[in-house]
Design a protein around this ligand. Structure first.
Ligand code: ADP
Ligand code: MG
Length: 240
């Protein structure tokens, strides 16, 4: 579903992604971990071209993406992204947040978008929040709306960048539950998170980054209990 080959990304002279190779199969859940500054967010942002890599190849759903030639709105329809800080439109209601892109980017009718939006609000457990505004919601609820908004575009894959790390502890579970339901439905997912419970339960593969490189990958059990790399051990000892 997602194939990344020899990807390099620089910010000025700072080499933040160094020859990254990563394949994510259809319906696979990949959890990406690594120290702050190791390049996790930049990698996700390159996958849906919020950042442009300087070299390398990104293939999504069997199509090689050339940002010069490919309509990036189409890519972003195929790959949804959820951020740490929700990024909802504050002046729009929950349902307006969700139907905005389907109407304006995909060109579907408002009625159809409303039907899709209501179904998704049911799915994320917020059927009664359609008319609420983001400021009236808890962080966990905002994040569930953000997930519904991304799903409204019918993406083929979803990227999550630390979706629960801005939340109060008691709200983390409700967001992880929505993500687990999505994974069980067969969504292809790349998730940056330090929620090891989620990784243990849901990840088909854990990928470890350090200083812009993928230093190892494997099943969660192996990575968490018996990693090959000293740097992985260091990192895990700091977060546990
Ligand atoms: P992580 O998500 O693993 O914490 P990031 O991908 O955010 O790491 O950052 C990787 C490196 O790139 C860091 O050194 C960070 O300071 C740098 N970086 C990230 N975004 C920018 C940017 N827009 N401009 C310059 N440097 C950046
Ligand atoms: Mg980050």
């Amino acid at each position: 579903m997602i194939k990344i080959s020899n990807l390099n990304k620089y910010f000025g002279s700072l080499h933040v992604l160094k020859d990254i190779n990563l394949n994510v199969d259809e319906s696979e859940v990949v959890v990406l971990i690594g120290a702050s500054g190791s390049g996790k967010s930049t990698l996700l942002r390159c996958i849906n071209f919020l950042e442009y890599p300087q070299s390398g190849k990104i293939e999504i759903d069997k199509e090689v993406i050339d940002p010069e030639k490919t309509n990036l709105n189409l890519i972003r329809q195929k790959v949804g992204m959820v951020f740490q800080h929700f990024n909802l439109f504050p002046h729009k209601s929950v349902i307006e947040n969700i139907i905005e892109a389907p109407i304006h980017v995909k060109g579907i009718s408002k009625d159809e978008a409303m039907t899709i939006g209501r179904d998704l609000l049911d799915k994320v457990g917020l059927p009664d929040k359609e008319q609420a505004y983001p400021t009236q919601l808890s962080g966990g609820q905002k994040q569930r709306v953000a997930i519904a908004r991304a799903l409204a575009m019918h993406p083929k894959a979803m990227l999550f960048d630390e979706p629960t790390s801005a939340l109060d502890t008691e709200l983390v579970g409700e967001v992880l539950q929505v993500m687990k339901d999505l994974a069980k439905d067969g969504m292809t997912m790349v998730v940056v998170t330090h929620e090891m419970g989620f990784a243990r339960e849901m990840a088909d593969r854990v990928v470890v980054m350090d200083e812009g490189m993928i230093i190892e990958e494997g099943p969660s059990e192996k990575i968490f209990t018996n990693p090959n790399e000293e740097r992985t051990k260091d990192f895990l000892s700091k977060i546990f």
